[in-house]
Design a protein around this ligand. Sequence first.
Ligand SMILES: Cc1cc2nc3c(=O)[nH]c(=O)nc-3n(C[C@H](O)[C@H](O)[C@H](O)COP(=O)(O)OP(=O)(O)OC[C@H]3O[C@@H](n4cnc5c(N)ncnc54)[C@H](O)[C@@H]3O)c2cc1C
Length: 289
Amino acid sequence: MDTLVLTKGVPDFREGQVSFDEDGHLERGKTPTVMNPNDKFALQAALQTKVRHGGTVGLMSMGPPGYKGVLQEGMESVYADDLYLLSDREMAAADTWATAITLATAIEKKGVPDLIFAGFKTADGETGHTGPQACWALDLPIITHVIALDIDPDAGTVRAKRLVEGDVEEVETVEAEMPAFIVSDPEFAPSYRTAGERLTLKDLRSETKARAEDYEDHLTVWNHEDLNLDPDYIGLDGSPTIVAGVDPIPKAPAERDATMITPDDSEGMEEVLEVMAPFTEGDAAAGAD
Ligand SMILES: Cc1cc2nc3c(=O)[nH]c(=O)nc-3n(C[C@H](O)[C@H](O)[C@H](O)COP(=O)(O)OP(=O)(O)OC[C@H]3O[C@@H](n4cnc5c(N)ncnc54)[C@H](O)[C@@H]3O)c2cc1C
């Protein structure tokens, strides 16, 4: 059972150091990059599939050379057997359409696996387009908002529970023939039902951590020539979407007042202890006034 997970690097918003150029394009080189948090659920789904049915888990990303670190993070923090980076200048500043075409071409070159996983959306572009567009380009069935799944290798089918958001949150169960495309929902929860599965999981996790230390031994890098892609159809040139401008979202005003106290301010520290004392005694009511 071969699976492939698509992931993208996004700015590490925790550190809040995002940089944009004069045209409003994100300057990736100047911003710490991490693996898109939503893609961890897609990787968890692929790992669960391997634990239950064997096979391989590939992890693929299109982006600048710095995305090698994103692939290593995925291998180390969840699981991956093989890594694929699609990278060169011609692919830069792509919109979701050009990204999807590049990914679909690379997936065909690698060989279409039984299941391809993508995250719900990225933390920066947030369109949620790329997975469905790559799926369209590969002409595969797709199941989105997946919160649980299993495979029937004999029947060659995947069965999934998906979240249907609306006035009433509904969960529907759908089935598709493989190869198929799965978009994981952030509420995806892997399940390991037997002791055997949990042991296999434990072994695979320690294997992948060791493998991540020499991740470049498991990395394949392809440029547009390797993929036989015409530069006019990828990157900025191949992107029908032009980002007119990007305005950073202003921070919401802080609701609570904060008092800064330094450790050498003994009086201030005394005050803090006085305020906290009632809570340590479990008398929450005492602290209300
Ligand atoms: C602030 C901002 C706004 C943007 N707005 C638009 C826009 O409106 N329209 C547009 O077409 N482009 C837009 N872009 C460009 C867009 O970010 C890129 O095309 C990007 O590669 C894919 O789109 P996304 O970030 O929305 O990802 P999404 O479509 O939200 O990603 C969904 C999933 O697809 C997979 N995936 C996405 N990108 C990659 C990748 N590079 N490699 C491997 N897997 C991937 C991941 O599994 C991810 O979880 C914007 C970029 C920024 C920074």
